[in-house]
Design a protein around this ligand. Structure first.
Ligand code: GCU
Length: 596
């Protein structure tokens, strides 16, 4: 696999999206013979072999096998594939007149879960992980005419994988994000980080990484609007490190200021839109640009707002984040895996801060070194793609993972990895605090040992749904063993839109509404709470939710239905967030705080 090219959309590109030919191959006969040995002869589907005579036996044919849209999960494109887990072979033909001296890469935004790539009957490589980009160099393999790019995508779940076999979201398979041919010079700007130094409001610190034979170059960073133009030298490894002072307008939800940034080497240049803001922790406070903030957030799964299946486009992002804005959110938790780049760039433009997470979810194989390498790789790919997005403030390394020494060791590796790859951002995880009864009240203390290593604590609780009644929230007191800010990263309950009854009738909008009222009152009594992301913005597909007539394979904890209809609780949260935003609401969590 080639090194990840940053900011692909700003390069010389050719989009390969559209209808791809596809062969559904549940038994992997296109890859393995009947002894389960890898195939490499003409029977291998990536050879795209055609019978050379009327008597030759060829048992596959892309040309007559139907199509699937790319980008798009396969599950919602054909009724027969809704529950399908296995392999699908995709083929896309293209011509390409590559100018001499130029290099060419094929870039995939994501494919779930395992992806095996081939060009013109030759292997390119393989990628594991359904939610991060990958690319392959095809400079010496591409032909001017008749190229055929083949990708075998397999979403079969495996215990050793990340995520593992059990998730409360649909295992959408396929090429779920755009595919692009990227043409670059012989030596090109492969990646760069340009952000404010941690804790600084005016020192820009970063690097530019070149890729190619001519690694020692002058590299210029220009911010035309601020009259800034700085020249640095890259070293023999093609790395130019820099630090310089600049008086720039800080990015914030109220003013999501993005600057045109031009990075120019002697052989390549690329431009980007980047905002500059500082994000820090001071005791239990979260500081954005040096000022205390409260994160008015919501959890979001990467499902399209108004159609079944995975979201991937800017329009999808604008609608989902538009609903968050309507709630008066200034923050979203993108659960439980890296969402598409359009979501991060749209959050940058709309002024919505982001929590991004890798799918280390529930009980994965903590002792398996391959599982750790896989998780580290997904984390570094997530960081590499989005580390220039001002909106992105928190990396999360895990969700609801059972406390054990092996788990702590595993997650500490990821935390260190995130801090060293990107020292400018905060690291968190969604923990699960345990409670104990004390007389008529209940005490919940955040004392997970992993919290020691986190900058910000996240905690999931389902008081009023999986445990207790909604009213019991009035009897619950929270405390923490750590002088750190808390984000209540999940709380909520299911309701079917349009299903009504009294406030204690499960699945009704009134039950969810009542639950939110008591939750908000409880949350406002937590002195170290600095953010909330209720579970969840929109109802989403889940194989764990089978109740007919109510769930029908949807988790119904959304505040918006899967048809975009707003439930009563939507307006309870909206009022709470509006009051927080205007200062009308001033719970203990906000004492002494500058109004958000
Ligand atoms: C969990 C989990 C979510 C899940 C939610 C639920 O806490 O993190 O992925 O969907 O609870 O049960 O609805």
């Amino acid at each position: 696999m080639a090194p990840l090219i940053a900011n692909v959309s700003a390069r010389q590109t050719t989009n390969l999206d559209g209808q791809w030919q596809a062969i559904v191959d549940p038994y992997d006969v296109g890859a393995l013979d009947y002894r389960a040995q890898p195939l490499s002869n003409s029977n291998a589907f990536y050879k795209n072999h055609k019978p050379q005579s009327k008597s030759e036996l060829v048992e596959y044919d892309f040309d007559t096998s139907g199509h699937l849209n790319v980008p798009g999960d396969w599950n919602t494109q054909r009724e027969s594939l809704l529950f399908y887990e296995g392999s699908v072979w995709y083929k896309r033909s293209f011509d390409y007149a590559k100018p001499p001296k130029k290099r060419l890469f094929v870039h995939f935004g994501a494919a779930n879960y395992l992806a095996y790539a081939y060009l013109n009957g030759e292997e390119l490589g393989y990628h594991e992980g359904g939610f991060t980009p990958f690319d392959f160099e095809i400079t010496d393999r591409v032909k001017s005419q008749g190229n055929f790019l083949v990708l075998r995508v397999n979403n079969t779940r495996g215990k050793e994988q990340v995520p593992t076999v059990n998730t409360d979201w649909w295992n959408y398979g396929g090429i779920t994000r755009p595919v692009t041919l990227v043409e670059v010079p012989g030596t090109f700007i492969q990646d760069y980080l340009i952000q404010l130094e941690r804790g600084s409001s005016r020192q820009i610190k970063g690097w530019v990484q070149l890729n190619g034979p001519q690694l020692k170059q002058n590299v210029t960073i220009r911010i035309p609007e601020a009259g800034i133009s700085k020249i640095f030298q890259s070293d023999s490894k093609g790395r130019a490190e820099f630090s310089f002072a600049a008086d720039l307008m800080p990015w914030s939800p109220e003013n999501p200021k993005l600057y045109n940034i031009e990075i120019a080497g002697e052989t390549d240049q690329v431009s980007d839109r980047i905002g500059f803001r500082s994000i820090e922790v001071r005791g239990t406070d979260l500081l954005l640009n040096g000022k205390p903030i409260f994160l008015r957030g919501i959890d979001i799964h990467e499902e399209a707002p108004m159609r079944p299946g995975r979201a991937w486009s800017e329009d999808d992002a604008r609608t989902l984040l538009g609903w968050a804005k309507e709630l008066s959110c200034n923050f979203v938790r993108l659960a439980h895996y890296p969402h598409n780049e359009a979501m991060l760039r749209t959050a940058d433009q709309m002024g919505i801060m982001v929590w991004a997470e890798v799918p280390v979810y529930w009980t994965i194989q903590w002792e398996n070194p391959n599982t750790l390498r896989n998780a580290e790789n997904q984390l570094s790919e997530m960081i590499a793609r989005d580390h220039n997005r001002a909106a992105l403030i928190i990396y999360s390394v895990a969700n609801e993972t059972p406390i054990s020494d092996a788990r702590n060791r595993f997650l500490r590796q990821l935390i260190q990895g995130a801090h060293s790859a990107d020292p400018t951002r905060l690291v968190s995880a969604a923990l699960e605090a345990k409670e104990r009864a004390e007389g008529k009240r209940f005490k919940i203390r955040i004392d997970d040992p992993l919290a020691n290593d986190l900058d910000v604590l996240g905690n999931n609780e389902y008081i009023g749904w999986y445990v207790h009644t909604p009213e019991d929230a009035d009897l619950i007191d929270w405390s923490s063993s750590y002088d750190k800010p808390l984000i209540m990263s999940e709380f909520g309950g299911d309701a079917l839109f349009g299903y009504h009854g009294d406030a204690h009738a499960r699945w009704t909008e009134e039950y969810q509404e009542n639950l939110y009222r008591h939750q908000i009152a409880m949350l406002m009594r937590i002195s170290f709470l600095r953010g909330t992301t209720p579970w969840i913005l929109k109802d989403f597909r889940s194989p764990r939710r089978t109740l007919p007539g109510i769930q029908d394979y949807f988790n119904r904890k959304g505040l918006v239905s899967d048809h975009g209809e707003k439930k009563k609780a939507f307006f309870v949260l909206q009022k709470f967030y509006r009051d927080l935003a205007t200062g009308a609401e001033t719970g203990p969590a906000l004492n002494g705080q500058q109004k958000p």
